[in-house]
Design a protein around this ligand. Structure first.
Ligand SMILES: Cc1cc2nc3c(=O)[nH]c(=O)nc-3n(C[C@H](O)[C@H](O)[C@H](O)COP(=O)(O)O)c2cc1C
Length: 137
């Protein structure tokens, strides 16, 4: 498991300030840096990639991740998932495929962030049902 963590603490804690910073990053087509790098991907064939929906898209830092790992992600099966507050998967699958055209991108799962906080039993059920339905596990 690899967590994409911003290199500096330029993301504000308060929600409205964060939305402004995120919007600016999107307008600038920014590629914020993250800490460390994912270990050798060659040992994996199926990779789940998830993030919160920010302004109807992947947070820009995820595009940094996709581009840094373009070679490593090529030829893999990628399975996207999102947390959101109404936008669902927000085209994460199509955008992931655009960023990684040499990968196979499967349908993803969208879960409400609020449910992750407050309704963990039902989220666990949804995730387990989704994972079982994929037929890998
Ligand atoms: C900058 C920003 C932009 C967001 N844009 C959207 C959006 O376009 N659609 C949506 O459904 N939720 C949006 N949200 C809500 C997040 O998706 C939600 O807070 C997140 O999935 C919950 O995970 P978290 O606890 O890690 O924030 C946004 C949140 C932030 C902070």
């Amino acid at each position: 498991m690899f967590e994409v963590i911003p290199e500096d603490d330029h993301y504000p804690i308060t929600y409205s300030e964060l939305t402004d910073v995120a919007k600016q990053e999107q307008n600038d087509n920014a590629r914020p840096a993250y800490v460390g790098e994912v270990p050798d991907l060659s040992q994996y064939s199926i990779i789940f990639i998830g993030a919160p929906v920010w302004w109807g898209d992947w947070p820009m830092i995820m595009y940094t991740f996709f581009e840094n790992n373009k070679e490593g992600l090529a030829g893999k099966t990628l399975i996207p998932f999102s947390t959101h507050e109404g936008s669902g998967l927000s085209g994460f699958d199509k955008k992931l495929y655009s960023a990684c055209p040499d990968a196979t991108v499967l349908d993803g799962l969208a879960i409400r962030g609020n449910d992750c906080q407050n309704d963990q039993d039902s989220v666990r059920e949804s995730v387990n049902a989704w994972i079982s339905g994929l037929g890998y596990f």
